[in-house]
Design a protein around this ligand. Structure first.
Ligand code: FES
Length: 287
């Protein structure tokens, strides 16, 4: 069954791609001017994506509202539904901050997900308006909110696919073993003031030496957000800035200082070998 559903989602690309790109263009114009606010919405301050921490609220509230509707508890259903609409608005804002940095297939999935959620919130808002109107509209209001629930469930499914199958907004370093063995680097020199790419076993690192007298700083070279090459980035305020979406990681400890990344970058220590080469090992940090 999941293959048929995946094929159905993939088939939406013809309309979802151009619409998604246009909406991304508008969103980028807003978020580029409000970068700190975008970091809050992405969850950079929390060290965890904010969107999925909020989305459980509307799904739960709308499930409860449907149960109250079915069992004839009108007042409780209306309160639950109003709560769900407010939570959907908060979810939409955080989701927009994430979706603006999605490309290729994840961008298509994000657009389908957003379209279903907008359809759902419109249905629920209409239902809420009818619930506040004449009593004769009550059956139509309940039917409309059930249609909204169907769109909500479908949107939640696509959102799950976006994360679990497309790997959007997951930590790119989640599956690495945190080995602390020293491994030889394939570079022998790190000129001051330049980002240098190096291999340590299977790991790609980015090295930086602020001055000739300073020790070498080293982070994993693959951005935790979406895999951008940090060696192609720039140094800003003691951080390396990813060239793809501008996340910043502090060189001294790998901490994420600006989103859209929400996870820290693995840090490595570097030393000279007796033979005059360089070797590195991962520094295991809490969390
Ligand atoms: S890949 Fe997105 S900020 Fe690095």
């Amino acid at each position: 069954m999941h293959r048929s559903i995946a094929a159905l989602i993939d088939a939406q690309e013809s309309w979802a791609k151009p619409i998604g790109e246009q909406v991304q263009h508008w969103l980028a114009a807003v978020f580029d001017r409000t970068r700190p606010a975008k970091d809050v919405l992405n969850g950079t301050w929390l060290g965890h994506p904010l969107h999925p921490t909020i989305t459980d609220v509307p799904v739960g509230a709308m499930t409860v509202a449907a149960l109250f509707d079915v069992t004839g508890q009108e007042r409780a259903a209306d309160v639950a539904l109003a709560t769900g609409v407010a939570a959907m608005a908060a979810s939409a804002v955080t989701g927009a901050a994430d979706a603006v940095d999605a490309y290729d297939k994840p961008q298509v999935y994000a657009t389908v997900h957003a379209t279903l959620m907008v359809t759902s919130v419109l249905a629920y808002t209409g239902s809420l308006a009818m619930r506040l109107g004449p009593r004769a509209l009550r059956p139509l209001a309940v039917a409309t909110s059930m249609a909204g629930y169907a769109a909500l469930a479908a949107g939640a499914y696509v959102g799950g696919e976006l994360v679990y199958r497309q790997g959007n907004q997951v930590d790119r370093h989640a599956f690495e073993t945190a080995s602390t063995k020293w491994k030889a680097l394939d570079v022998a020199e790190v000129p001051a003031g330049r980002l240098v790419k190096a291999k340590a076993g299977v790991d790609t690192l980015v090295l930086y030496r602020p001055s000739e007298a300073a020790p070498i700083e080293a982070l994993h070279g693959v951005c935790a957000h979406a895999g951008g090459p940090l060696d192609k980035g720039t140094i800003v305020d003691g951080c390396v800035e990813c060239p793809w979406h501008g996340s910043r990681f502090r060189l001294e400890d790998g901490h994420v200082m600006r989103g859209p990344a929400v996870y820290d970058q693995p840090r490595f220590e570097v030393r000279e070998t007796a033979e005059g080469g360089l070797e590195a090992r991962r520094v295991v940090q809490a969390g």
